[in-house]
Design a protein around this ligand. Structure first.
Ligand SMILES: Cc1cc2nc3c(=O)[nH]c(=O)nc-3n(C[C@H](O)[C@H](O)[C@H](O)COP(=O)(O)OP(=O)(O)OC[C@H]3O[C@@H](n4cnc5c(N)ncnc54)[C@H](O)[C@@H]3O)c2cc1C
Length: 453
């Protein structure tokens, strides 16, 4: 048994950052990952998918040129995207650079499975068959992330369906693609593959795309998908899936069937907390409570998607900073989730912060909403095709502050930032109304929506 200060199980963005900074602060740190240091984001998530979308949206902009200033011969070339993902994003799914960075900071890094075997005690079985046992005097940080969930649809498990990992690693664009799930990952990948030439069908059991977003934003995205030639089937579930002669056939509860060479399942994620030995410290992975210092127990911190406060890289890193302060015994801000931003990087981007109107009403807030058609702004008029969108503000009437906001539109993920500040800092609505908004910008639509709240 080796005694160290801290063991970090799972090195997603938060775990990697926390382990690095704890080691730089002088703690003896052991970090273990069963796959790649850095986790899902750089290897299979945010980074490679945004590289794909960059290419897809550039192609779409080029196709708009005849209406706004020229022409272009479109030659979609997936090979260039695959090359960028392989060489720039993932180093061919080799984490040597990330491991070296962590070691340079002073941490001991293992590739293997980490498991709690008691309070502050961890066993690591490395990928080369070694077993290490550590006692972590300050404690253990869990950052194990999630894995793709597949719904219990008849026949699905026996088929070679894609998850996000296969989608970002593919070397070719399928002729036809079914995307099961119209959430953020499903929508991003549906539009990306469509813009690279695939005939895409999205199957979403809820009655709209991005069901957790404001309905107005879902409607904007649906229109964009129709323009892209994507078949959007909402309010429809899959009853069975079969795979024969290289073709998937999905039967739907509407009585229809859809076929394609590839099927991407993007129907949510399952927590990996079930594999970290929480039972050894008397905790139930399905009912874990994490406090605002990211503590699940004395000497046990939990960060990242498994906390359940949102599955975003920026949140994993935010929680890492909160947990690190506690590990180091420093005072500082506790975790506060009122103003968590999120962006779906479709075109138009759909970005949000805080509560939707429905969530605010469910929370018992006396809600007042304001909205503006971003497509009716002067900026949209000058922009031309692709400038549809909406801004929606959700305010607490009594407090006179915004509790949530949504921006769907070009650069929606950037425009939302001022609304993140407004929700976070509780800027009075009256003060937001008194500001000057540059002309002609998309963010001026916020000024248009403000008189209503
Ligand atoms: C397709 C896709 C696109 C996304 N796009 C965005 C985006 O645009 N913006 C955004 O903010 N977020 C995005 N996300 C979400 C983002 O990837 C995650 O929120 C982010 O990776 C943070 O996850 P995490 O810190 O919980 O851990 P993860 O990144 O999931 O990493 C967890 C690590 O723990 C390891 N592990 C698990 N169990 C053990 C064990 N017992 N022992 C050792 N190691 C273990 C795993 O191998 C893994 O490396 C996307 C996700 C996906 C799938």
């Amino acid at each position: 048994m080796t005694r160290v200060d801290l063991v970090v199980i799972g090195t997603g963005p938060g775990g990697e950052s926390l382990a690095t900074q704890a080691a730089r602060a002088g703690l003896s740190v052991v970090a273990v990952d069963r796959h790649l240091v850095g986790g899902e984001c750089p290897n299979y998530g945010g980074i490679p998918t945004k590289m794909i979308l960059r290419g897809a949206h550039a192609l779409a902009d080029a196709a708009r040129l005849p209406e706004i200033g020229g022409g272009a011969r479109l030659l979609p070339a997936w090979a260039q995207v695959a090359h960028r993902i392989r060489s720039e994003a993932t180093d061919d799914w080799d984490d040597t650079v990330a491991v070296d960075r962590l070691r340079d900071a002073g941490a001991t890094v293992h590739h293997g499975i980490g498991r709690l075997v008691g309070p502050r005690r961890v066993v690591i079985e490395t990928s080369t068959g070694e077993v290490h046992e550590y006692e972590a005097t300050r404690g253990v940080v869990l950052n194990p992330g999630t894995r793709p969930a597949a719904p219990p649809i008849e026949g699905l498990a026996e088929t070679p369906y894609w998850t996000n990992r296969d989608a970002v690693a593919t070397e070719t664009v399928p002729e036809r693609l079914i995307v099961l799930g119209g959430g953020p990952i499903g929508c991003e990948m549906a539009q990306a593959f469509a813009r690279f030439g695939a005939a895409v069908t999205v199957v979403e059991p809820a009655d709209r795309l991005l069901p957790r977003e404001e309905p107005e934003a879902s409607a904007v995205l649906r229109d964009a998908f129709v323009t892209d030639g994507i078949t959007v089937l909402t309010g429809v579930g899959a009853t069975s899936v079969a795979y024969a002669e290289d073709v998937f056939t999905m039967h739907l509860d509407s009585g229809e069937a859809v076929s394609a060479e590839r099927l991407l399942v993007a129907t949510g994620r399952i927590s990996n907390l079930d594999g970290v030995g929480l039972d050894a410290v008397g905790l139930d992975p399905s009912a874990l409570q994490v406090d605002d210092r990211m503590r699940a127990a004395d000497g046990l911190w939990v960060i990242g998607d498994v906390v359940g406060a949102g599955a975003y890289t920026h949140l994993s890193m935010y929680q890492a900073a909160v947990a690190l302060r506690d590990v180091l015994g420093q005072e500082g801000e506790r975790a506060d989730y009122r103003a968590v931003p999120h962006v779906t990087f479709t075109d138009p981007e759909v970005a949000g912060v805080g509560l939707t109107e429905a969530e605010a009403r469910a929370a018992g807030i006396d809600v007042v909403v304001g909205s503006a058609d971003l497509g009716a702004s002067s900026r949209a008029f000058t922009y031309g095709p692709g400038a549809a969108g909406v801004v929606k503000l959700v305010a607490d009437r009594d407090a006179g502050v915004l509790v949530g906001a949504t921006v769907a539109g070009p650069a929606g993920g950037e425009i939302v930032s001022m609304l993140v500040l407004a929700v976070h800092a509780r800027v009075p609505v009256a003060q937001l109304r008194s500001m000057i908004y540059a002309y002609p910008t998309f963010h001026r639509a916020i000024e248009t929506a403000l008189p209503e709240v």
